[in-house]
Design a protein around this ligand. Sequence first.
Ligand code: NAD
Length: 264
Amino acid sequence: MTGLMAGKRGLIMGLANDKSLAWGIAKALADQGAELAFSYQGDALRKRVAPLAEQLGSDFLIDCDVSDMAALDRTFDALKARWETIDFLVHAIGFSDKNELRGQFVDTSLDNFLLTMNISAYSFVAVTRRARAMMPEGGSILTLTYYGAEKVIPHYNVMGVAKAALETSVKYLAMDLGPENIRVNAISAGPIKTLAASGIGDFRYILKWNEYNSPLRRNVTIDDVGGSALYLLSDLASGVTGEIHHVDAGYNVVGMKAEDAPDI
Ligand code: NAD
């Protein structure tokens, strides 16, 4: 197999179905010759993930709830049992109680604040620490974030706070692991209709707003995200780390509603 990722192996965490950002990324990587393992959360998802993995030539599936540190240890043990080392890792995981992804941030409960921070931000630190031990020659680690970390987006609430923590974690992790030639980056993706996104209040409004007001006047797709992920995970991005790379049709540069934007 030839291609940008020929000879490279890695773990994709967070594939739920063929709408997942992780699917766009996995397809782009496999297309370029990468060998993939997948972790999924719980038996119910295995049924969906297995046929997708098979389409990309992989039968390497590991059950892993990232809020369970013992499960994370088992995941990396399983990975190591089959592959001595890995070259890349994709963390495409986020979670919050959907009852708090509507209404006001001020009403966030302590339990859900901690849960959201744990699964959506801390898990990236926990995963990166374990991945590092399997990257003796260096590697590339990627997570997914959203503009709600930078600016207030209605209903994104505690998820925005967790994404801010995630983005800052990317920078600290990049500094820690840089001397080992392990790069750590994030893609800040524009809104895309996925299972996770369907939990966010008024998500359709967010989609329309971005479509009408971004420079490209469209929403991004999982294939747009996949292309940029391929760049960041391949040697093409060998000089890039600690970066929050926007793949959002340019929306983040815009300061005002577009003059040609229709009413929503
Ligand atoms: P998705 O629902 O397809 O993926 C979310 C994944 O998180 C699922 O596979 C789910 O099983 C996994 N997950 C949740 N809790 C977990 C846990 N405790 N242990 C293990 N896995 C767990 O949705 P998606 O939109 O593809 O989300 C992937 C990432 O992209 C998330 O971090 C999300 O915040 C981010 N993102 C999404 C958008 C968007 O508009 N869809 C935009 C920017 C960033």
